[in-house]
Write a protein that binds this ligand. Structure first.
Ligand code: GAF
Length: 381
């Protein structure tokens, strides 16, 4: 069985430097590296001032950079055919299309934050699967940010990357992905409280378990309306309940909401926030049964109340559990993307085979598997 491998950071950095030299006929002055992420639990809670518990992947994006003084920004990728070139002072909301908006958006946001940038050349490369719900967008933003502004405080970089994504790329996302890409530590999950902005490193003692990520290859897009409509439903629920965010909503009040759809959306958020705290406690006790129950409840809540699962995600989760995973759920924004399962090491092969076989039987596109070894956040390399 094969995994999507993260690659060797030293080699990947050398490759992107060499490709930069070839494309721009000059050396890169810096390379930034930032990881993708898998969220253990706490989905669609970040923009509701809630809790999340993501882990950084060993799979990362690498951005090679050299500054320019003539006001021009050039952006290219080894994974994309389209390149972008324009003037830094003309970047802003609705000015850059497609993947390059995430990179150019960071340069724009750093300039907005007062950092003196008179242009530059960028070339990106990496091993985070694209459109797999593993946060390739935030990895791209954060790799650019640490290449361009390595000395700037991480939370300021996170704020700039969030502005790039929401304002220039137009994805109305919540901030979890940028925080974990910049602040993660190896062997830890990152508990983020979006009400207080407090972050806590949670040691992950997986003791004989593998975090298996299955990319269902159903591509997910956060700019296509489904994500935004869920966010709008949550804001409407908070308005109807008379609270600033759903973090302040009580489940008993949520259950009185008349609109059935709005009630279900709010129920997901309020119960999911409670599940994050419960998973942190259960992980601390290595109580896999409880983690398993909470993961399945989270999956059901996303499938039935938030309505963001797909048949492929439902199958990947159900089959992983049948094959011996102690816990499994869909992960990330939904509408496709990946599942995450906590599998005893000796059952991982069997779980992957069972998922692959089910996908063949169901006529789904073959999935891809990754080992989510909890890794470090962004850094210059
Ligand atoms: C995407 C978003 F970018 C995050 O902010 C978060 O809302 C997540 O979906 C769902 O938990 O990754």
């Amino acid at each position: 069985m094969s995994y999507v491998e993260p690659g060797d950071p030293g080699q990947l950095a050398a490759t992107v430097r060499a490709a930069f030299q070839e494309r721009y006929a000059a050396p890169a002055t810096a390379v930034g590296r930032a990881p993708g992420r898998v969220n253990l639990i706490g989905e669609h809670t970040d923009y509701n001032a809630g809790l999340v518990l993501p882990v950084a992947l060993p799979h990362a994006t690498y951005a090679a950079w050299a500054p320019r003084t003539d006001g021009v920004l050039r952006v290219a990728s080894r994974q994309q055919e389209t390149v972008w070139e324009g003037r830094v002072d003309e970047i802003g909301p609705d000015t850059v299309d497609g993947w390059a908006s995430y990179a150019a958006g960071v340069v724009w946001a750093l300039r907005e934050a007062g950092i003196d940038l008179a242009g530059g050349d960028l070339l990106v490369d990496g091993t985070v699967p694209l459109g797999a719900g593993l946060s390739s967008s935030a990895a791209l933003e954060c790799a650019v940010a640490v290449a361009v502004a390595p000395d700037v405080e991480r939370r300021l970089l996170a704020a700039a990357c969030i502005r790039a994504e929401t304002e220039v790329a137009g994805a109305p996302t919540g901030g979890m992905d940028q925080y974990v890409a910049l602040l993660a530590e190896p062997d830890h999950a990152l508990l983020i409280d979006f009400a207080s902005d407090e972050t806590t490193q949670v040691p992950l003692e997986l003791s004989g378990h593998t975090l298996l990520v299955t990319d269902t290859r159903v591509s997910h897009e956060l700019t296509d309306g489904g994500y935004g409509s869920r966010r709008a439903d949550c804001e409407e629920a908070a308005r109807l309940l008379g609270v600033p965010t759903l973090r302040e909503a009580a489940l008993t009040a949520v259950e009185t909401l008349e609109d059935e759809r709005i009630r279900r959306r709010a129920r997901h958020v309020v119960t999911e926030i409670e599940r994050v705290t419960a998973v942190v406690d259960a992980l601390g006790r290595s109580d896999w049964d409880t983690v398993g129950t909470l993961f399945l409840a989270s999956h059901a809540s996303m499938r039935d109340d938030f309505e963001i699962s797909t048949p492929e995600l439902d199958a990947a989760v159900a089959v992983a559990v049948e094959a011996g995973a102690v816990a499994a759920r869909m992960t990330g924004g939904g509408f496709g993307g990946s599942s995450v399962a906590l599998v005893p090491d000796e059952r991982v092969e069997a779980a992957m085979r069972a998922i692959d076989a089910t996908f063949v039987l169901e006529g789904f596109t073959p999935p891809a598997h990754l080992r989510a070894v909890p890794s470090a956040g962004a850094t210059p390399v």
